[in-house]
Design a protein around this ligand. Structure first.
Ligand SMILES: Nc1ncnc2c1ncn2[C@@H]1O[C@H](COP(=O)(O)OP(=O)(O)OP(=O)(O)O)[C@@H](O)[C@H]1O
Length: 569
């Protein structure tokens, strides 16, 4: 090393690279002639000598590797956008809707920071009394008593108000996001306004619902009464699923839900296509319908949830396009479970078999609604089946017919599961493919947490104004090497003095640092008066020693679990 002379007229990086190249050339790694012909700003080494993921070599520009190598360290843009939207929803404290409500209580039971998830005020909630609009009929299926509608896709939006009326036995409801003060978790609080609980025993069923943990059911956490809103309200706390939308919002609302919630674009975001297709019906009108593969996914997931609930001796009682939430890739979760058990509590007249039969019929209505793109109740079965058959297979038609058929002793959820046959395998394949896809995305981010820790350590050390009464602590001793290394990683310039902004270089350097590679690099000071040749292993030791000097006295909250004291920060 000593025989290499420094030329002060050359930029430091160039010198560093020149020296480094000579070192590599001496070690037989490089063809120096070729190197001098087109000098790169630094030499990349393959990362195959450490324990972390070795990515397959794919030449940049080939069909299978159309992104620059650094992109392989990050998840895809679509997934990132989706997760960022969720993160934004989690942290947002600003209501998305103008509210004409009185100020919300600052604290409610163990919850605080209430944010409405839907607009408030007349006409926006479930205010009109009227109870359930769906009544039993003596016929072969359950028509709607109003006699209107035929599932032909024309009157879906008009019927939205009718649909609202039946909800929560005529009581208005409001939905808020809130934070649990005890564990910081987010919940959705559904407030049933103006409901006076007459018997405490009405809460008896809540415990059974709390025990149900199912991937297709929004978990109920607790229920309580409150006067914090200035009335008698009943509140149900559920798990919060950021950016969740109802099936209604997703498939029926045009640009906005009647309640004001906006809808994301319908086009394909994931492998199996979007949520709905648009095409021209035979009469030339534009119709929306959910893709058959997505319909099967919905049907199978809802049936799965219903099986769990019925097996526990409960009934959903709330199955409807406005009470099924969709998150991520066609994942559905049944919402509002347990509410009717409290609202319509009557221990003398509870007939769980009848309620479970109602669940199946409500399921049938939901299938017709989605397939025919109409929330209008099915009053003309022939017409509805005709619309359904236009877009869906006979199997889907059979499922819809089975569900909407009148109650019978053999009509149980297990029978529906048998009808699915190999469709279950298709759903399983889709789930496993999606899991593979997500694992692949996760792999690309695997190293990033580790590198952030490393950069945090360097950030704690570099440029620290003073420490332990030492005014130039960060520029002296071992810390000087760390600051030179920081320049080597982040502040290199090329031979024309242009900044080298190459994240692949940063990642390669940090990986070598993290593993303590024996590879040696030349560090040159900014005034080019000092030149040090050190190995990554030595730099790593400097960082560890400087960081433990900072962290050990009392930890000072650099880490949550004192892992910095254990040296694994
Ligand atoms: N558990 C939850 N997690 C996240 N968001 C939720 C949750 N429950 C409801 N939401 C959001 O709150 C909004 C309002 O929910 P709600 O069940 O009242 O739907 P709605 O379509 O407005 O029905 P309704 O006509 O009965 O008011 C939904 O559109 C959904 O975006």
């Amino acid at each position: 090393m000593n025989n290499i002379e420094l030329d002060p007229s050359q930029p430091s990086t160039y010198l560093a690279n020149e020296v480094q190249t000579q070192l590599y050339a001496q070690a037989g790694y490089l063809d120096t002639q070729e190197y001098y012909h087109t000098p790169p700003t630094f030499v990349r080494q393959p990362l195959n000598y450490h324990l972390y993921t070795q990515l397959p070599y794919l030449p940049y520009g080939s069909a299978s590797q159309s992104k620059p190598p650094s992109h392989r360290f990050f998840m895809s843009d679509t997934l990132r956008e989706d997760l960022q939207r969720r993160s934004e929803a989690i942290y947002s404290l600003t209501p998305r809707y103008p509210s004409n409500e009185k100020p919300l209580p600052e604290e409610l039971h163990v919850y605080h920071s209430l944010v409405p998830l839907e607009p408030s005020g007349p006409g926006s909630g479930t205010s009109s009394p009227g109870g359930s609009a769906y009544l039993a009929s003596a016929g072969g299926f359950y028509p709607h008593p109003s006699g209107s509608g035929g599932g032909d896709g024309k009157d879906g939006r008009d019927s939205r108000e009718q649909l609202r009326r039946k909800w929560f036995a005529g009581f208005s409801s409001m939905v808020y996001k809130a934070t649990n003060r005890e564990d910081g978790s987010l919940v959705v609080l559904r407030r049933i306004e103006g409901f006076r609980l007459m018997q405490e025993s009405a809460f008896g069923g809540i415990e059974a619902w709390r025990k149900i943990k199912h991937p297709n059911i929004v978990s109920l956490r607790e229920a309580f009464t409150t006067r914090a809103f200035g009335d008698h309200s009943l509140v149900f706390a559920y798990d919060y699923h950021p950016t969740a939308q109802t099936l209604y919002n997703l498939h029926f609302a045009s640009d906005a839900h009647p309640s004001g919630a906006s809808r994301p674009p319908r086009n394909a975001r994931y492998g199996r296509g979007g949520h709905a297709q648009r095409d021209s019906g035979s009469n030339g009108s534009v119709q929306n319908h959910v893709e058959e593969s997505i319909m099967w996914s919905y049907v199978i997931q809802i049936a799965n949830a219903m099986k769990e609930v019925h097996d526990q001796g409960l009934a959903l009682r709330s199955l409807d396009v406005t009470k099924v939430l969709v998150t991520g890739k066609n994942r559905v979760r049944i919402n509002c479970c347990g509410i009717f058990d409290v609202l319509s509590y009557d221990p003398r007249h509870v007939n769980i078999e009848a309620l479970q039969q109602d669940d199946l019929i409500n399921f049938g209505r939901l299938v017709f609604a989605l397939c025919c793109h109409s929330v209008a109740p099915v009053t003309n079965l022939t017409k509805a089946l005709e619309v359904l058959s236009r877009h869906y297979s006979p199997d889907m038609k059979n499922v819809a017919l089975f569900l909407i058929s009148k109650p019978a002793p053999g009509k149980v959820i297990d029978q529906l599961l048998e009808m699915f046959g190999t469709r279950l395998l298709t759903e399983m394949n889709a789930l496993q493919n999606y899991a593979d896809q997500l694992e692949g995305e996760l792999m690309s981010e695997l190293e990033n947490g580790r590198l952030v820790r490393l950069m945090s350590k360097m950030g704690f050390i570099n440029e620290r104004p003073d420490f332990n009464h030492e005014l130039r602590w960060s520029e002296t001793g071992d810390r000087y090497i760390i600051s030179l290394f920081r320049d080597y990683v982040f502040h290199q310039v090329d031979e024309t003095q242009k900044p080298v902004v190459n994240i692949t270089h940063v990642i390669a350097c940090l990986n070598k640092l993290d593993t303590g590679s024996d590879e040696r690099i030349m560090l040159v000071s900014r005034d080019e008066q000092t030149c040090l040749v050190v190995s990554y292993k030595e730099i790593k030791a400097c960082i560890d020693s400087a960081f433990s000097e900072l962290a050990r006295p009392d930890c000072q909250g650099f880490c949550d679990d004192h892992s910095c004291l254990r040296g694994d920060f």
